[in-house]
Design a protein around this ligand. Sequence first.
Ligand code: SF4
Length: 676
Amino acid sequence: MSTTSFRQRIRESINNETLQIALDNNTERRLKGRAIAFQSIPNLDERRQRAHAVRADVIEHLDEYLAQFIAKSEDNGVIVHRAKDAAEAIKIVLQITKDSPQRFAKDSLVPLDGIRGEKVLIAKSKSMVSEEIELNHALEKEGIEIVETDLGEYIVQLRHERPSHIITPAAHLRKEQVGELFQEKLGIPYTTDIPTLTATARKVLREVFLKADIGLSGVNFGVAETGGICLVTNEGNGRMVTTLPPVHIALMGMERIVPNLDDLALMLSLLPRSATGQKLTVYTQLLHKPFKNQQRHIILLDNGRTRLRNSPLKESLYCIRCGACLNACPVFRELSGHAYIGSDLSIAPYPGPIGSVISPGLLGENYVQLAQASSLCGACKEVCPVDIDLPKLLTRVRADMSPSHSGRRAAGEGGAGLSPATKFGLQIFARVATHPILYAASQKFAALGTFLFAPFSQWLRLPAFTGWGYSKDFPRFAGKSFRERFSNKSAEGESADWSNSKSVKSGSAVLHSNTRPLSDVQFTTELTALGGHVHADQNPTLAVIQLLKSRGVEKIHLEPNTLDEIILRAAGIEFTREPDPQILVGVTNAICGLADTGSVLIVDGAGDPLKASLLPEIHIAILKSSDIFPSLPDAMHLVKNKSSAVFITGPSRTADIEMTLTIGVHGPKEIHVFLT
Ligand code: SF4
């Protein structure tokens, strides 16, 4: 046990001035962005409770949902593998590379700037599961070239480091350090200009996307109902690695299931807001079938999740990896992820409050000491979009209840280790909580207590650990208990409606026709705020030609039935249906728009619209204003039977260097929507 080393690492982090500035830049801005983003959705608390319930249901019935997901995925033509641990997952990845030798013929490989020889090249987008199983290291040992393509991940890979944050991998670095790194590794003149650094990475990594034999990604959610996987990325690298290479491998923790598309929409209303302060991530992909001439594999990883599910730390599996608890944690904000080390001095794959639970939960006793790095102030629980009771779980890890010890002390096993007073309190609570009449009465008393004592909260400092009176206000008086509100809503038939939009359930045609003009305005406002361009024109062909001429563009990648091709030819504009990285402009139809986020939906089909909206520097989408829906839940049904689809919300972007927003990383730098 190296608690001394852990403490030493903590001291080093606190005394590292550069690190402290980098951390302040990151966490402060993330928290502010998150707070602003949540102002745009109503009923946040109800959504959190609903999301908590969805995740609880999934973990409770995981075997059934997994069986449904696997069956549907296989129907979709995806090859699904199950890996019980890290070694098995790595073996499967290696086997896939060996089983496809024709894809790796020598003449199809192009060495990467002399760094590589004739190796298999894997282009990889961000995946915390791959960090968990140390995939890169294992593949490199086998002579495989694996290149991280998320800007932050690429930076830490060049530094031979682990990510220091689950959302912002290079959050511990300043631009000067990135400038020195790129000068040394990529041979560019030293600069701290973030757009120049980003453009350099774009250029180098574009080569990797185009030459890769395999694309490897993580998975944000698997949808049991459709067998599809959902990936959210801002830079566009996730789209590149899942779309361009002939083989795509998706690594997925087996708990990352949602039952259906409605539940997915709920999660997507919370995840980007919580993670990056965005209403919707730039690219929200839904992949059902492999692309033409592509093979797709999904590897479902257990690696301790079954044990965790049967332990007192089960609730940690509800996590949707938004990273908000890291940003909110006063301890993480001083330390950064690299201070979260195990007793063998290895850096934990998952840091911060959730990492201090799942790192020991999945990977064992080595990381149990991480749970000491918490003040138990409750800030992590407060920001968690799925309302995980992290302080409770942290105290359980401290009480030695991680799965490796669950045989010795598990919750509910007679309360071993609890004081007589605590045991007595828990017995009373158990009696009340399991008796409906007593429970209803207790809620009345609790509500009354909150009402009476809230004004005096700052003088009423409750005992240690609760935080009430020290760092938090008392909750607002609810007026009615949840029980009463739930009963009323059930009677009104509204109990399951978490969304602000009732169009799907109560007659979409009427609501849409009433809100359409407002939707157009809102759509335009939202997309413009993100740096997109909206043009309203009854004749989009002429308007597009005007834009192309102004940019000197003579050839475009064009989806069929999008523009008047006779007029285009007459204007001297050539077009192709084939993806071509040299082409500057891609023109596609948009199946729908989303008013509240400024997003457009592009689906796979003839003329490769998904590549036309990805590879060129400028993406033009043609959208009928009658196809603008209020918000994501209203449009989810449109993707159900599509082989692949993506909601695009503004131009490609990153904030991986010092949280400075930079437009145009891997995907298009400009998006123009022509509303007809
Ligand atoms: S525990 Fe909650 S706040 Fe932390 S990463 Fe998971 S979902 Fe986000």
